[in-house]
Design a protein around this ligand. Structure first.
Ligand code: NAD
Length: 484
C-alpha cells in the first residue's frame, strides 16, 4: 500500500501536514486510485497529543456562544458543499450516492444538534441539608469537560460517525484527536476542513490518518488522553478496552439485530422495512437487520414477498442514483461473507436468493433453516445477508432474539399493544422499534447497546454526558440555614 505519491494532508492541531509515508485510498468498486493520506507515525501521534494538551485548555475556555457559532458554521459549510461530501463518502466507501447524500444530511443535523445542546449543559443545585451537620451548606454541580478525547471510527459511516464524536466534544469544551478508519479517511479530513473554515481554534481538533496497529496503542494508552470513544467491531473494542487503563471508555460496537414479525402485522410494511434494513449500505451497518423471526402462519406469505422485493434490488455502480446496492468495502470482506454463507449451506441452511460474489460485490442474500451452530447465526455478518426463521409464537421469537452475545437495537411488527410493551420489557437491547426494523435512528436519540454491542450511549446530548464530569461546589455559610 505504501507509495511515494502525495495527496491529502492530515490535520494535526490546526496544521495541514503531508508525509512521505502514505496510504493509498482506493475505490472498492474497481480498486481505482482516489488519493493518498499520510501514514502517521508514533511521533505524529505524540505531537497531536502534546498539542491537544494546550487545545483542551483553549476548548474549555471557549465561551458557549463561540462553540455554537463554530458548530453552526461548520454545518453550513457542509451544507454548501453537500455534493463534494457525498461524492467523497460514496467514492472511498461502499455506500451508493443516494446513501452517501443521506449521510451528509445526517451529519449536518448532528452538528446543528451539537450547537443546540452546547447551551443545555446544565448542573443542578444540591440540598446539602439532607445530611445531619450540613444545614449550613449550599451548593450545586457544574458539568466540566474531561480534557482530551481519542475518537476511533469505522469505515461504514465515515462522516457522520466522526461528527457524532467531534460535534459533542466541541460543544462540551473538549479537545479531540480522531483516528478515522484506514480505508475511509477522506470524509473525516473533509470534516476537519469544515471546522478549520469555521474558525475552530488550532489544537482543539486533530485528524490523524494511519494504521490502528501502528498508532492506536499510543493514542489509547497515553495518560493525557482522558477518554477513548470507540466505534467499531467487538474484537477491536475489547482489545482497546483492555489496554486503555484508567480512563473513560465509550464503546459503540456491532450487532446481528433481530426483528420479530407477528401474525397480526401489516406484512407489506414489514417486508419493505426489513428488506431496506437488511441491505442498506450493503448490510455494513451496525443496526442492520440480520435475523427475522416470523410467526409460522404468515411465514410463507412473508418470505415470498420478501424474496420478490429482494429480486428487484439493483446492484451495481454506486455513483448512479438508480443503484440500490454497491460493492462491499473490499474483496476480502466479500470473501469472508461468502465463506460464512457457504458454511451455513454446508451445515443444512437453504439459500432462497443470492449467494453470488463478483470481486467486492456480493448479491443480496436470504437464507432460511440456518442451524444455530453456524457462524452466521451467532456472529455479526456485516454484509448483505439476512436469515429468515419461522417461529411457533411470540415467546419463542423473544427467546431466540435474545440468544446471542449482542444487543444493539431490535424491531417488532405487531398491532397488539400488549405484545409490543412485553417485547420492550423482555428484549435485551439498547433500543426497540415498534413497527420499524432495527435500522432506525435519529441523531438526537440515545444510541448504544448492551452485551457485546458496547458500553455507554451516543446521540449528541448523551455523548455530552459521557464527555463531561460533574464538579461539586459547596459553600459553607456563616449562618445555619439559607431559608429561615
Ligand atoms: P474495526 O473494529 O476493524 O475498526 C474500527 C477502527 O479501529 C478503525 O479506525 C481501525 O483503524 C481502528 N483500529 C484497529 N485496530 C486498532 C488498534 N489496535 N488500536 C486503535 N485503533 C484500532 O471496525 P470496522 O471494520 O471499521 O467497522 C465495522 C464495525 O463497526 C462493525 O462491527 C460495526 O457493527 C461497528 N459499528 C458500530 C456502530 C455503533 O454505533 N454501534 C456504528 C458503526 C459501525
Amino acid at each position: 500500500m505504501k507509495t511515494k505519491m502525495h495527496g491529502n494532508p492530515m490535520f494535526v492541531a490546526g496544521k495541514w501536514i503531508e508525509k512521505e509515508d502514505v496510504i493509498e485510498v482506493l475505490n472498492p468498486q474497481d480498486n481505482s486510485f482516489i488519493s493518498t493520506v499520510p501514514s502517521a507515525s508514533k511521533e505524529d501521534m505524540l505531537l497531536a497529543i502534546e498539542e491537544a494538551k494546550e487545545g483542551a485548555k483553549i476548548a474549555a475556555k471557549m465561551p458557549v456562544h463561540l462553540r455554537i457559532s463554530i458548530l453552526n458554521k461548520a454545518a453550513e459549510h457542509i451544507e454548501e458543499n453537500q455534493e463534494k461530501f457525498a461524492a467523497t463518502i460514496a467514492l472511498e466507501g461502499s455506500k451508493t450516492i443516494r446513501e452517501a447524500t443521506a449521510e451528509v444530511r445526517r451529519c449536518i443535523q448532528t452538528l446543528k444538534i451539537s450547537a443546540e445542546e452546547a447551551r443545555r449543559i446544565h448542573g443542578e443545585t444540591i440540598p446539602f441539608d439532607q445530611a445531619e451537620g450540613s444545614e449550613d451548606r449550599i451548593g450545586y454541580y457544574y458539568r466540566f469537560p474531561i480534557g482530551i478525547i481519542a475518537a476511533i471510527t469505522p469505515f461504514n459511516d465515515p462522516l457522520n460517525l466522526v461528527a457524532h464524536k467531534v460535534g459533542p466534544a466541541i460543544a462540551s469544551g473538549n479537545a479531540i484527536i480522531v483516528k478515522p478508519a484506514t480505508l475511509t479517511p477522506l470524509s473525516a479530513l473533509l470534516l476537519a476542513e469544515a471546522f478549520d473554515y469555521a474558525g475552530l481554534p488550532p489544537k482543539v481538533l486533530s485528524v490523524i490518518t494511519g494504521k490502528g496497529s501502528k498508532i492506536g496503542d499510543l493514542l489509547v494508552t497515553h495518560p493525557a488522553v482522558r477518554m477513548v470513544s470507540f466505534t467499531g467491531g467487538l474484537d477491536t473494542g475489547e482489545a482497546i478496552a483492555r489496554k486503555a487503563g484508567l480512563k473513560k471508555i465509550s464503546m459503540e460496537l456491532g450487532s446481528n439485530s433481530p426483528v420479530i414479525v407477528l401474525s397480526d402485522a401489516d406484512i407489506e410494511t414489514a417486508v419493505e422495512s426489513t428488506v431496506s434494513g437488511a441491505f442498506y449500505a450493503v448490510g455494513q451497518n451496525c443496526l442492520g437487520v440480520q435475523r427475522i423471526y416470523i410467526e409460522e402462519e404468515i411465514y410463507e406469505k412473508f418470505s415470498t414477498l420478501f424474496i420478490d422485493h429482494v429480486s428487484k434490488y439493483k446492484v451495481g455502480d454506486k455513483m448512479l442514483e438508480t443503484t440500490d446496492m454497491g460493492p462491499m468495502i473490499n474483496e476480502r470482506e466479500a470473501i469472508r461473507v461468502e465463506r460464512w454463507v457457504d458454511e451455513a449451506i454446508a451445515k443444512g441452511a437453504k439459500l432462497l436468493i443470492g449467494g453470488e460474489r463478483n470481486g467486492a460485490f456480493y448479491s443480496p442474500t436470504v437464507l432460511t433453516d440456518v442451524p444455530s451452530n453456524c457462524t452466521i447465526a451467532q456472529q455479526e455478518i456485516f454484509g448483505p445477508v439476512v436469515l429468515l426463521y419461522p417461529v411457533a409464537d411470540f415467546d419463542s421469537a423473544i427467546e431466540k432474539s435474545n440468544d446471542v452475545n449482542y444487543g444493539l437495537q431490535a424491531g417488532i411488527f405487531t398491532k397488539d399493544i400488549d405484545k409490543a410493551f412485553e417485547a420492550i420489557g423482555r428484549m435485551d437491547v439498547g433500543g426497540i422499534m415498534i413497527n420499524d426494523s432495527s435500522d432506525y435512528r435519529i441523531d438526537g436519540m440515545p444510541f448504544g447497546g448492551v452485551k457485546g454491542s458496547g458500553i455507554g450511549r451516543e446521540g449528541v446530548k448523551f455523548t455530552i454526558q459521557e464527555m463531561t464530569e460533574p464538579r461539586v461546589v459547596s459553600f459553607k455559610l456563616a449562618h445555619k440555614r439559607l431559608f429561615s
